[in-house]
Each structure stands twice: as C-alpha cells, then as structure tokens.
Design a protein around this ligand. Structure first.
Ligand code: TRP
Length: 332
C-alpha cells in the first residue's frame, strides 16, 4: 500500500502560485497509479499557532476546502478532511513529543529563524514564540506518521519537517521494533518557485504580488493589468524570454497558443494586449472552478458533507495506526 499525503494550511487569498506549486500537482498525484491512497487535509491545528480570530479562521477553512474541491480534487477517491477532526493526531503528537530530543526542535529552521530575529532585535530569545510554534514539527510528524504515509509532497520550506518526521519514525522503530512507524519521503514541488508574481519576483503572500484565484472576472482583469512591464513602445518587438506575462501565459496556454503569442511578441505587441491575452487563458482555466467555488461557499453544508466523509475514512486509518503504535509503545 503506497500512500501520498499532504497538509494544507488554511490561509486567506489563495493565489496562482499556490495553484501551480501545490494544488495542481497534488491533485495530479491523487490520480497517479504510483499511489494506492491519497490523503489531503486542512491543517487547521497548525494554523492555531497564529490565529486569534475564530470567525476569520472558520472562513479560511471553508475557503481552502472549497478551493480544492472546485479545482477538481476527486473527494470520492482522495481522502479529504480537517486535521483536527481526527483526535488521534493529538494522542500521537504527545507520544512523539516524548520520543523527540528538545535539541532537535531548537534546530528546526522556523524556530531558529525566529530566535535569530529576536536576538538581532535585542529581544528575549523566545519573544513571541508559543509552544505550538515550537512543537510545530512534531504535530506535523504526527500528521504524516498517523496515516502510514510514504510520499509527502511539500515546498522547499517544509523539507526539514519531513526529515524530522522520518528521524522520529526511525527512532521509534529502533526503540519499539521495525514497522512501528513508516518512514516517509518528501517529494519536492519545484513549480511554485517558477511562478512569477505581479512584480516579477516569485509569487508569494509575503511580497503581496499574488494573482488571487477567486473573485470576479473584472477583478482578475484588473489585477493582471498591474503586472509590471517596461516602457518599450507599443509596436516595438518584445523579448518573450524574459517576461512575466509570457511566463504566466506558458503555465496556462496550449502549445499553439504559446507559439502564437511568441510570434506576436516578435512582431511587436502592446503590453495591454499581451495582458488581455493572459487574462483570457487564465480566465478560461478558472471560470468553471469559480462557479463551483462560489456555489460551495454559498452552500457550506456541501463542504461539511465532503469533510465528514473524509473524516470517517481518515479515522478508520488513524485508529488502526494508533492501535498498533499504542500497543508497541505502552503495551496496552
Ligand atoms: N506545515 C505545512 C505548511 O506550512 C502544512 C502541513 C501540516 C503539512 N501538516 C503537514 C504538510 C503534513 C505536509 C504533511 O505548508
């Protein structure tokens, strides 16, 4: 049995970078014959390290769920659920906490970065660090190990977390016997870093240069019009090799469409027209999903139903794993 698993943090304003770097590849993997089982969940418990507004939080959970369903995740096949619906993950987190040297957590990148920033600002080392943030990698390890995951698609920033999960699994297997936990492998998703944002830098929430997936057509058009271009005159030939518009176009256009636009670049095309072409291909891609997304957001019961079905299937797996792990670790 081969399992692919990943967790998705419920943040607001999902953008094209998330679509191309994480969502689209994960949906493709869920159809791949390489895996018998795909498990995707909304990492709501992880979000609690920073969330302080319950209304917004709930909204973001629904938005993320609706996003994945609207973009074509087949939830009759993939197991799609909310992390915190499976209480076993918290039991496993505690057990793994007890098997994890604190020093390993001191060396985890995200915590270390925070400490370094505090030191640079002459603040207490642990200023603004809650225990959830410190323990983030162990909860993530529990996510991965609870479902006997083999492959974990993640962005570069999450590689260390999967390595931590693997080393915890190895340690438990040494203490409690082979097969106590399955050792997972990260699958690096490179695409995300290839998606340029409005200003040409990598599309990222932290640069505020994203093209949001949802919203009206009009808004999409307006956002695309904000892509930074140079002041080459309208009729002058344009270089299609180093152009944000073209790079984005390539991610959505058919090979013929791409060739066609490259030709028009060489002949000279006004940036406004190039942006319009880009809008057309992105909008064609998104208009179907947009309808589904809006319908779901207006019928949250539908989302609840999908997540409940995922919860039941995930729970069955989690119980099996916990029975095995609990008995290996505690004898009960
Ligand atoms: N930490 C991941 C992120 O920030 C989300 C996540 C939580 C996750 N649990 C996971 C990813 C388990 C893969 C596997 O993107």
């Amino acid at each position: 049995m081969k399992t692919v698993l990943t967790g998705i943090k419920p943040t607001g304003d999902v953008h094209l970078g998330n679509l191309l770097g994480a969502i689209r590849p994960a949906i493709e993997m869920s159809h791949s014959s390489q895996f018998d089982r795909s498990i995707y969940f909304i990492a709501d418990a992880h979000a609690l390290t920073s969330v302080r507004d319950p209304e917004k939080f709930k909204q973001h959970v629904y938005e993320i769920a609706a996003t994945w369903i609207a973009l074509g995740l087949d939830t009759s096949k993939a197991i799609f659920f909310k992390q915190s619906d499976i209480k076993e993950v918290f039991e496993l987190t505690w057990m793994l906490n007890c098997m994890t040297p604190k020093g390993d957590m001191n060396r985890a990148h995200s915590y270390k970065d925070k400490v370094q920033k505090n030191q640079e600002a002459n603040k207490d080392t642990d200023f603004g660090v809650n225990m959830g943030l410190f323990d983030y990698p162990v909860l993530m390890s529990a996510d991965i190990l609870l479902y006997d995951s083999n492959a974990v698609p993640v962005g570069k920033d999450q590689i260390q977390h999967v390595e931590i999960a693997r080393s915890i699994a190895q340690r438990c297997n040494e203490y409690f016997g082979e097969g106590t936990l399955i050792e997972p492998q990260e699958v690096i998703q490179k695409n995300g870093s290839l998606v340029p944002g409005l200003d040409g830098r990598k599309m990222s929430k932290s640069y505020d240069n994203g093209i949001p997936l949802w919203g009206t057509e009009k808004k999409l058009k307006k956002t695309i019009n904000k892509i930074t271009t140079d002041s080459t005159p309208e009729e002058a030939p344009k270089d299609s090799a180093n152009c944000t518009i073209m790079e984005l176009y390539k991610l959505f256009g058919t090979p013929e469409q791409i060739l066609g636009l490259e030709k028009r670049y060489a002949e000279g095309i006004g940036w406004g027209y190039a942006k319009l072409e880009l809008f057309e291909v992105i909008n064609a891609y998104l208009s179907g999903p947009r309808e589904v997304y809006n319908d779901l957001m207006n019928n949250r019961d539908e989302i609840d139903k999908v997540l409940l079905n995922g919860k039941e299937r995930a729970h069955a797996i989690a119980m099996d794993t916990m029975n095995r792990v609990r008995s290996r670790i505690t004898g009960f």
